[in-house]
Write a protein that binds this ligand. Sequence first.
Ligand SMILES: [Zn+2]
Ligand SMILES: [Zn+2]
Length: 269
Amino acid sequence: MAERYYFSIASGSTGNCGLYMADGTAILIDLGVSLRKITTALAELGLGLTDVSAVLLTHEHIDHVKGLPMFLKKAKAPVFASRGTAEALAAKDPSCADRLNEFDSGEGFWVRNVDIATFATPHDAAESVGYILEHGNHRFGFATDLGFVPREAAELLRGCETVVLESNHDPHMLQAGPYPYPLKMRVAGPAGHLSNPDCAVFAADLVRHGTRNLVLAHLSEKNNMPALALQQTVSALHGLPDCTVQVAPRERMETPVVFGEEAVCSLSG
Ligand SMILES: [Zn+2]
Ligand SMILES: [Zn+2]
């Protein structure tokens, strides 16, 4: 029996970091909070920094890389970033350049026993990406910070049993909210963030293609409410096969989302 789970350490406009675990391979997705918050969350799961197998960065915005400099000082795990993200990070802090493993979006690689695929996301960053992590017969998808779901991303995400999907804002709250007009346009635009209704439509598509666990992520603090995001997606799934839906809280989750618990046949044991 292989233990597989996802544990959101932080999610939202103020910081993003999650832990994917499969059969002893621990992969952090983004490092957008302080290293102290990350190590505290890992400790609760009985893990330390030396247990981290790799880090996957989605893009260079501060809510995704705040803990990166300290992580590079204290941990040895390889950090993967798209070429554009790596260049943007190195331009700001040249010391991290030789510690980043670069790839082109669309390129895949392995972290131990986990097969990783990458896809471009439409967002106002240098070269933002989402990820598919495949272990045994289980596919896990991660897509936040995207103005819309492009066809290539949709094709990769379909068939993932578990998906972490952005449900950033309620369009009415955004419109009526405190953001200055240009920022409202940016968030709602094609290189911004996925809204609750757009998330709900794509969630239904995913569930029709086999998704059974959804984690709604990167909720805006000012332009969304967890109950609103949840209600919008849950109502879009009415009449479709069962799928658990939960919202990743701003701070760490109470319990990990455990998935794909069926026994995995493996020749290497
Ligand atoms: Zn961003
Ligand atoms: Zn973000």
